[in-house]
Design a protein around this ligand. Structure first.
Ligand code: FEO
Length: 168
């Protein structure tokens, strides 16, 4: 059993993770349209990760004997001026996710809901990694600036990225 406020917040976060997946799909579509298949692959893998995060919460809600409620969400941003712009928007989104997990953890702490507190620790750690990943890519993209060789090397590198739930 979870208290109503906490259950509502967990459901909201689950749906936000699915929204984040959708938002990364929009970034992937932009990169595909620019014929940057490696960067597109990066964002498609990121979308899979977000779906995995959403399902992790879905499964937790069920395990706690509650019901996951699936909602719709707003249309994600589809306007990007460059790959760097897409990564900057991705980092902004990840920071929003972190903020939401902090709030969720505060709610769980207030309710002394120890199973949820424990469950959320994984996401807090994951957010540190996610923000670091996007921040370092942004720094690299800024450093290579208009060096097209370095940019296409990065695109090639990202073509190799794949999603593995075990590494999550
Ligand atoms: Fe599920 Fe990238 O946060």
């Amino acid at each position: 059993m979870l208290n109503e406020t906490l259950l509502k917040a967990l459901n909201e976060q689950m749906n936000y993770e699915f929204y984040a997946a959708h938002s990364y799909m929009a970034m992937a579509a932009y990169c595909s349209h620019e014929s940057l298949d490696g960067f597109a692959n990066f964002f498609l893998v990121q979308a899979e990760e977000e779906r995995f995060h959403g399902m992790k919460i879905y499964n937790f809600i069920n395990t706690m004997g509650e019901r996951a409620i699936i909602t719709g969400f707003e249309t994600p941003n589809n306007d990007f001026s460059s790959v760097l712009d897409a990564y900057e928007k991705a980092l902004k989104q990840e920071k929003e996710v972190t903020k939401r997990f902090y709030k969720l953890s505060d709610l769980a702490l207030d309710a002394r809901e120890h199973a949820t507190i424990n469950f959320l620790k994984w996401f807090i750690e994951e957010q540190v990694e996610e923000e670091d990943l996007f921040d370092s890519i942004i720094q690299k993209l800024k450093r290579i600036d208009d060096d097209s060789n370095a940019f296409f090397m990065m695109d090639n590198e990202f073509a190799k990225r794949s999603f593995s739930p075990e590494s999550e």
